[in-house]
Design a protein around this ligand. Sequence first.
Ligand SMILES: [Zn+2]
Length: 124
Amino acid sequence: MCLCGSGAEASSCCSRFLDGDAVPASPEQLMRSRYTAFARGDARYLMSTWHPGTAPAELSLDDATQWLGLEILDAPPVADDAKRGVVEFVARYRESSGTRGRIHERSRFVRQSGRWWYLDGVHS
Ligand SMILES: [Zn+2]
């Protein structure tokens, strides 16, 4: 099953995006695939889906962080011609020290050049 918690097989969910065989058709698909990339330690995919205007110069992931699950709280459907979208989620993790944490974020996405990009997010 896919790490993003969709209930689908990884091959028909996030893997095709991380493998470069398809591009996410919605902000939610992009959000899920980025969570899966965090869980797999795939910094390359995270950078390649981050809007160039807001992406960090480089991204180093802490391999010791274990991602425990993703819960999508809100992912309003987007129209075919929509240029912006939002996804609110909670992601849970455990650090190597054993400390558990959660990220509650409302992420913003933009559609440019025929694909969706992660722009930024507001934590709550
Ligand atoms: Zn998935």
